[in-house]
Design a binder for this molecule. Structure first.
Ligand SMILES: [Zn+2]
Length: 175
């Protein structure tokens, strides 16, 4: 191999390397952006942080990303023990409520995987009750109504986190 050939090969290799490097960098940036959009963990207060830690101890996954149902802000998938909270919920200022709502469903799913009411005694105004009934009437079928009603009632209660924690300890098995 002549020195000219070597130099051409090097140059060729070099530019190719640069192109590959540029492509990898672009892919990395793209991937990082996509990840930041779909998985960024919101700032949680210490009480909420504790609840997420506890949910994970009981084998639940808590993902801050779009649920696999179009237009949903939150979802609990019993089959995979996964809570989804959409970043849109945080943008709209309802992230905490959505997170608590889905955490209630997680506790309701113990011990069998089928959702059943926790039985927490929540007192609320008749206006809120009417509001919840309206949402349930429009959006949920009969079978889900009692568990949904309970999730809505607990998410709006000032002691929501401690109610959910207690239910997790009583109903769910630690991993
Ligand atoms: Zn629900």
């Amino acid at each position: 191999m002549t020195s000219r050939e070597t130099s051409e090969r090097c140059q060729d290799g070099h530019s190719c390397c640069r192109a590959v490097r540029r492509l990898l960098l672009a892919l990395f940036v793209l991937f990082a952006c996509a990840n930041a959009n779909s998985q960024s963990t919101p700032n949680l207060d210490s009480e909420s942080e504790e609840l997420v830690v506890l949910l994970r101890k009981y084998g639940f996954k808590v993902l801050f990303q779009h649920p696999p149902i179009r237009g949903a802000y939150g979802l609990f998938k019993s089959s995979t023990k996964t809570i989804f909270v959409s970043p849109h919920a945080y943008e709209l200022g309802i992230g905490k409520q959505v997170r608590l709502h889905e955490a209630v469903h997680a506790a309701q799913s113990c011990p069998t995987g089928n959702l059943s009411v926790i039985g927490a005694k929540i007192s609320t105004s008749s206006v809120v009750k009417r509001e919840i009934s309206g949402i349930l009437y429009q959006s949920y079928d009969h079978a889900n109504k009692s568990v949904e009603q309970e999730a809505f009632l607990i998410q709006g209660d000032p002691s929501a986190v401690s109610i959910i924690k207690k239910a997790l300890v009583q109903r769910c098995k630690r991993r």
